[in-house]
Design a protein around this ligand. Structure first.
Ligand SMILES: [Zn+2]
Length: 143
């Protein structure tokens, strides 16, 4: 009896602690056709519900007319509300990752960064007008 009660107490403490601590720390990943999205589970879920990231990826491909061989683009969702000076979204070619601030996401931002990923892969990371191309893709986003 005492043993069972101790287990229950341990279970309750564990559940409470994990509810308080773990969700903020867990990095959850979900795969789509063209991307893997990582971040807090609730952020990943709402991101995938709000944005059809594969359609946006294909829009970027079709606008650029570039279809390079590439692995899935990693999209890392993070929170950055208190750091207004930092870049709200960025694409890093070395690890094929888009870093994107969850508070600032729009379809245009996603299209822009995916366009960077696609054009980098098309030209091996050496395309001087990459920024112009990416801006063009997010402005063409009216499908
Ligand atoms: Zn850019």
């Amino acid at each position: 009896m005492t043993y069972i009660r101790k287990q229950w107490i341990a279970a309750i403490i564990w559940t409470t602690l994990s509810a308080l601590i773990i969700p903020a720390a867990i990095v959850y990943g979900a795969e789509t056709k063209h991307t893997t999205v990582r971040g807090r589970q609730s952020d990943v879920a709402s991101f995938l519900k709000s944005y059809d990231v594969d359609t946006i990826f294909e829009h970027a491909q079709n606008t650029l007319e570039m279809y390079p061989e590439m692995s899935k683009v990693r999209i890392l969702l993070y929170h950055n509300r208190n750091q207004p000076d930092t870049v709200r979204a960025d694409y890093v070619y070395d690890n094929n990752t888009i870093y994107i601030c969850i508070e600032d996401i729009t379809e245009g931002v996603i299209a822009h960064e995916l366009a960077h990923a696609i054009s980098f892969h098309q030209y091996g990371g050496n395309r001087p007008d990459g920024e112009t191309l990416a801006k063009w893709v997010d402005r063409m986003l009216n499908y």
